[in-house]
Design a protein around this ligand. Structure first.
Ligand code: NDP
Length: 300
């Protein structure tokens, strides 16, 4: 079998154009322009590229974008004061503080200071709790992106066995919550799991969120299973020239694609969905803050 490739790049393009339509309607019918503020502290080059992409795509879908680039020496108090200002600003509906932050700043304190109503990354304890008990609100961006791709690929997830490899607060845990909501039977695996290959072989859906290049091999995959590879691992690639790198997922793609029913590539799978889902979440929070029902095609 050769797997169907789940094209996250083109799905994300379609999602962004749906988001642009919702933004236009919010403006025309309710006078609301969803606004997203992104805060970056310091000069991490990866974060800067990512934040620049977020700001660009925010504007492209017609939203209001604010970008705060603070120096490496910024104090925790200064970031807290900025978050408080953004919490109180009615033109801002989503606040994202790009992690990691420099060591003098406690990321937990910053996250807890964000108004949960504007928590588009779904990091605050209030947002995590809402997700767990199924209340409306934003859903963590990468997990939401995975769910959208799965729904599009499989239509009905009910009763399927999903194995989530990785249990981080950012990816593994929220994905497991979402899959439970879809009536999957969910197994969570992690670094202490015994005989991981045997567990993965029982999965109708495999979610790989480990951060180890090509750890999940082709012969771990059940024939016909759907494989969502969240992993992004940057590997040296001297064959492409000095200092060049390439991206690998957590799944041995060439092997797994011979056995799976459908699979996300890296790059071009889950990655492009994350920023698109951040924009979707900003439409969701802008709607909820204004007492409107969020568009159902943008939420979990
Ligand atoms: P973390 O490092 O926070 O978590 C990794 C998880 O993998 C942990 O739960 C860990 O288990 C588990 N793990 C590590 N080694 C093994 C092993 N040998 N066998 C089984 N489980 C193992 O990573 P994240 O969740 O933040 O990210 C995971 C991957 O997803 C990374 O490659 C990251 O770059 C990528 N990512 C991609 C995004 C995107 O937009 N596509 C967004 C966010 C992340 P334990 O808990 O026991 O330590």
């Amino acid at each position: 079998m050769t797997a169907r490739i789940i094209d996250g790049k083109s799905f994300a393009e379609g999602l962004r154009s749906r988001i642009a339509g919702h933004v236009e309607r919010l403006k025309a019918d309710h006078g609301i322009t969803p606004g997203l503020a992104v805060v970056i502290v310091g000069h991490d080059p990866g974060s800067q590229v990512y934040v620049a992409q977020k700001a660009k795509q925010t504007v492209e879908v017609g939203m209001h974008s604010e970008k705060y680039e603070l120096p490496e020496s910024t104090s925790e108090l200064e970031v807290l004061q900025l978050v408080a200002k953004l919490n109180a600003d009615p033109s801002i509906h989503g606040i994202l503080v790009q992690l990691p932050v420099p060591p003098q700043i406690d990321p937990k304190k910053i996250i807890e200071a964000i108004d949960p109503a504007k928590d588009v990354d779904c990091f605050t304890p209030a947002s995590v709790g809402k997700l767990a008990i199924g209340l409306p609100g934003p859903v963590s961006c990468t997990p939401l992106g995975c769910l959208m791709l799965l729904r599009d690929t499989l239509k009905d997830l009910s009763g399927l066995h999903a194995v989530v490899v990785g249990r981080s607060n950012l990816v593994g845990k929220p994905i497991a919550q979402l899959l439970l909501r879809e009536n999957c039977t969910v197994t969570m695996a992690h670094s202490r799991t015994k005989d991981l290959p045997a567990i993965v072989r029982t999965a109708d859906i495999v979610i790989a969120a480990v951060g180890r290049p090509e750890m999940i091999r082709g012969d771990w995959i059940k024939p016909g299973a759907t494989v969502i590879d969240v992993g992004i691992n940057r590997i040296d690639a001297p064959e492409r020239g000095q200092g060049r790198t390439r991206l690998l997922g957590d799944v041995a793609y060439a092997e797994a694609a011979q056995i799976a029913g459908a699979i996300t590539p890296v790059p071009g799978g889950v990655g492009p969905m994350t920023i698109a889902c951040l924009l979707a979440n900003t439409v969701t929070t802008a709607s909820l803050i204004n007492g409107l029902v969020p568009p159902s095609d943008l939420t979990a």
